[in-house]
Design a protein around this ligand. Structure first.
Ligand code: CA
Ligand code: CA
Ligand code: CA
Length: 335
């Protein structure tokens, strides 16, 4: 009522001032307090706007319109929610296709080799996850390979232990679904070798000091040598060795005073069976893997005697039967 009559020139202001002066002290105090609050409030808004503590209404509306909340599923089927432009970037980077065909091979007592099919062109690498002692155990990440890798050699494993693997392709968009699971058991700490031999001219195949050498296929330098093998009367010998890496090898056996025989290109498995049943040729009395005049001279020197070396057929005497065997193998070399 008071404000509707006001016109702010000097005269009206003075009249208003006189009216206030005539009011009771209590009303004057209330008007003064009210005026102070109005002035302080105006001052505060001016200060807040100047210092940026409040923004124009239009700017607030614009900020809200830039924020979106989107619920989506990534390629692994996980439901995710994006609430800002930064998170929305995640939607347009898809995680890679999953790998397939994961296969495992235990190549020794401490190594398992993995291979898989790379089905993606946008992966940054592959995550190798492992669980032990079986696929129901908890999988843990053991390494992340480079992109386009399709094999991995897991070394340093424990002998005779089962390990289960799965592989995920990965990039900035996340991980693919896991591959099939593949497991393998590392080889035992020893490989059992069952050896069987027969000896030309004999019915008793017991030997001592028989040698086994294992070569890479076609190789000339053995990767394993054992010189103290014994065989029984039936030609059987069983022993254990430290496992070699899985693969194929040439296996050469030489009984003392007989020529070497080879089983070529045989897979190294546990247990390993080596059957040399095509009688070893006798008469190599000096063990140089060749039958020639040196051996003949040695046999001739023992003629008519009982000699374990020159008595090729082990009938108790060195005679024409032994010479016939040596002569049959004349100039033959070991394999
Ligand atoms: Ca690839
Ligand atoms: Ca010889
Ligand atoms: Ca004899």
């Amino acid at each position: 009522m008071l404000a509707s009559k006001l016109k702010f020139n000097r005269k009206n202001f003075m009249n208003l001032f006189e009216k206030i002066k005539k009011m009771p002290k209590r009303q004057q105090l209330l008007i003064g307090l009210f005026t102070l609050i109005i002035v302080a409030g105006i001052g505060f808004f001016i200060w807040a706007a100047v210092t940026g503590r409040i923004k124009p209404f239009a700017a607030i509306v614009g900020q809200i319109s830039n924020t979106a909340t989107v619920t989506y599923q990534n390629s692994t089927g996980t439901t995710r929610t994006a609430t800002s432009n930064t998170v929305l970037t995640d939607i347009v980077t898809n995680s890679p296709n999953p790998v397939s065909g994961l296969a495992t091979t235990a190549t020794s007592s401490s190594q398992i080799n993995l291979s898989w099919i790379d089905n993606s062109t946008d992966e940054t690498g592959f995550k190798i996850e492992r669980a032990t002692p079986n696929c129901a155990s908890t999988f843990s990440l053991i390494t992340t390979t480079a992109a386009n890798t399709t094999t991995y050699q897991n070394t340093g494993l424990t002998a005779s232990t089962n390990y289960c693997y799965q592989v995920k392709a990965t990039n900035a968009g996340g991980d693919s679904m896991a591959s099939n699971q593949a497991q393998a058991t590392t080889q035992g700490g020893t490989t059992t070798i069952n050896l069987t031999i027969t000896l030309q001219g004999r019915t008793n195949y017991s030997t001592s000091g028989t040698t086994l050498k294992i070569y890479p296929v076609g190789g000339t330098t053995p990767v394993f040598t054992k010189t103290d093998i014994t065989t029984d009367a039936a030609g059987h010998g069983t022993f254990t060795i430290t496992p070699l890496a899985a693969g194929n090898y040439d296996f050469k056996v030489k009984p003392s005073y007989f020529l070497t025989q080879k089983i070529a290109n045989l897979s190294f498995v546990n247990p390993l069976t080596l059957n040399y049943t095509n009688g070893f040729r006798g008469g190599d009395l000096n063990n140089d893997d060749m039958i020639n005049t040196i051996d003949f001279a040695q046999l001739n020197g023992k003629w008519g005697q009982s000699d374990l070396v020159a008595d090729i057929n082990q009938d108790g005497i060195v005679n024409s039967i032994d010479f016939a065997l040596l002569n049959f193998n004349w100039f033959v070399q070991g394999q």
